[in-house]
Write a protein that binds this ligand. Structure first.
Ligand SMILES: Nc1ncnc2c1ncn2[C@@H]1O[C@H](COP(=O)(O)OP(=O)(O)OP(=O)(O)O)[C@@H](O)[C@H]1O
Length: 252
């Protein structure tokens, strides 16, 4: 379980997050949505200890994120930040292998290699395994980064806009894979999404941030409501029912 309690964050004098409290039970997919600048990436970085906590507490399975050694946390929680800088001269297999580092002493064991192979397969990277990162398309690189986070084999998977650069087919495939990880492996996925319909279709819970505060939190059907969406995003949009699923018409 991840427990965020009364977390506030400032950069300079600007309030970025204000009094955020959020509990993520184990298992399931939670989508974090909200306009640009709402504080989604900041919240994810605080949970993953990429940004030092200023106020409030965050625990992951009872471990205080502020004081738990990075390596210990990395065995429980994997994070894919929004802009991951990676060494272009790595192959896809080597990159995904980095996901195993928190578990070992540097050299990969046969068991590590089997996990890397499974992650490559799961994210449809088999044909690209030997390619250097700088020869990949943006979407292929994005999938390799998600596979690296997956290979870390943690209970918690935090992904910041993993659909960036993905075409429709791969975006759908990735969301279905995240769903499957939650359903079959009891992984807990927290994913920042801008595509609201992917959030509605694949998440169990949708948490919306706006101006550094939680503006909505509930199952997709409770958030995919015109008034709620207008409050979050600032303009009116229609929601239609397609075979029992809410679909948000936000384009026009
Ligand atoms: N290093 C920084 N210096 C100043 N302001 C910053 C810095 N990093 C983030 N911010 C500000 O903090 C706010 C929240 O940013 P954050 O990246 O968490 O938002 P977000 O919801 O993830 O946005 P997006 O959807 O655009 O990725 C924004 O107003 C942003 O400009």
């Amino acid at each position: 379980m991840i427990v965020v309690s009364n977390v506030s964050h400032r950069i300079g004098r600007a309030p970025i997050l204000t009094d955020i409290s959020l509990t993520l039970e184990k298992g399931g997919v939670t989508a974090l949505i909200g306009p640009n600048g709402a504080g989604k990436s900041t919240l994810l970085s605080l949970i993953a200890r990429l940004t030092p906590l200023q106020a409030g507490t965050i625990t992951v399975d009872g471990l205080a994120v502020a004081t738990t050694p990075g390596r210990t946390l990395a065995r429980r929680l994997a994070v894919l930040p929004q802009d991951s800088a990676i060494d272009a001269r790595l192959t896809v297999t080597e990159l995904v292998g980095f996901g195993r580092f928190p578990h070992g002493a540097g050299r990969l064991t046969d068991a590590d290699r089997a996990i890397v192979a499974a992650s490559l397969q799961r994210f449809d990277l088999g044909d690209l395994a030997g390619r250097f990162i700088d020869t990949l398309s943006g979407g292929q690189r994005q999938r390799a980064l998600v596979a690296m986070a997956h290979a870390q084999a943690t209970d918690y998977l935090l992904l910041d806009e993993p659909l960036n650069n993905l075409d429709m087919q791969h975006a759908r495939a990735l969301m279905r894979t995240l769903r499957e990880l939650a359903d079959t492996e009891r992984r807990t996925v927290l994913v920042v999404l801008h595509d609201i319909n992917h959030a509605m279709a694949h998440a169990d819970r949708v948490v919306a941030l706006k101006d550094g505060r939680i503006a909505a939190d509930g199952p997709p059907a409770a958030v995919a409501v015109p008034d709620v969406l207008e409050r979050i995003f600032g303009y009116a949009m229609r929601v239609v029912d397609v075979d029992g699923d809410p679909v948000v018409l936000h384009h026009r």
